[in-house]
Design a protein around this ligand. Sequence first.
Ligand SMILES: Cc1cc2nc3c(=O)[nH]c(=O)nc-3n(C[C@H](O)[C@H](O)[C@H](O)COP(=O)(O)O)c2cc1C
Length: 342
Amino acid sequence: MLKIGNIELKLPLVLAPMAGISDMPYRLINRSFGCELAFTEMISANALAYSNPNTPKKLISNSQDSPLGLQLLGGDPELLIKALDIASGHAFDIIDFNSACPVKKVASRGKGAGLLKDPLKFEKLLKVIITHTDLPVTVKIRSGWDDTSVNAVEMAQRAQDTGVSAVFIHGRTRAQRYSGNVDYNIIRKVKESLDIPLIASGDAFSPVLIKRMFDETGCDGVAVARGGLGNPWIFRETAGLLKNGEVPPGPDVHELVRVMKEHFLSNIAFSGGRIGIINFRKFFAWYTRGLPVRNLKVKAFLATTEEEMLNLIDELVTQQKNRSAEKHNISNAEHDISIGSI
Ligand SMILES: Cc1cc2nc3c(=O)[nH]c(=O)nc-3n(C[C@H](O)[C@H](O)[C@H](O)COP(=O)(O)O)c2cc1C
């Protein structure tokens, strides 16, 4: 069990925040396969405070989309307070402070991973957030700025001392962005130095890799990020591996099609036809990763209507049937040849 503040999770997995991805439809699809706690994508305190028209949509959730954490990005105490005031009108259960975003225009302005270079400012901002919300506060850090300044143990301890309820760590430096392998060693060292829960992030691409993260680091929870793209089954499959020692079978083509349609239609309902279709194009490619359906992926990237996309999703069943029939014909032909040779 993983406990963050007053939130108790039976399965110690969390849906990680991902900019441009973690909207309500995405979160709900993952929840339907066992994800209990999800986060919004990072939301800029500046954008919230200055009422950027695109930002409020990122705050939308419903009663099934719970418990839900709001991830805030910011470097200015006044703007963070304003953002918290606005967020208090929405149903969030956790406030997570982003000290991990590697993007240059963020980090170079003393926000996101930029805070790893300024531990005092990091601590001050966390104190401001904790003082201005009644919700449990968590923080997301990276292992350090670069490999000459790996300071996650110090940063995590500072965060614990300010009173956060849990620490999230992406086990890569800011210099690595998203490349290279996750550093299990630094995550283990952070875990050993903390009394509060540590949720680890990095290379959580499969149930086996998620179990490896638990085994190698002793972390209390794992955050699923790129491993969940087009693969909400990762929650069900990891639950199976952690509980029974075996990964249950993945989805068959009918379940794949059902989930793709549900995700697509909720995208349309949430974002409207045009944006919903554009948004789903990349999901089509992720859902069909590893399947020999390049022709459909290309068509999905050009699809402009709801009907077109739904037809392409249905085509997955037809193509699967054709492949099975082909296999059947080949094995019959092989059988005939071997009979003929008797
Ligand atoms: C497209 C994309 C967007 C991301 N956006 C965020 C974000 O908004 N907030 C955040 O804390 N991390 C963000 N991340 C980082 C992930 O949450 C996660 O820590 C990282 O991808 C490492 O995990 P993985 O190797 O299992 O993907 C993002 C990652 C990707 C690939």
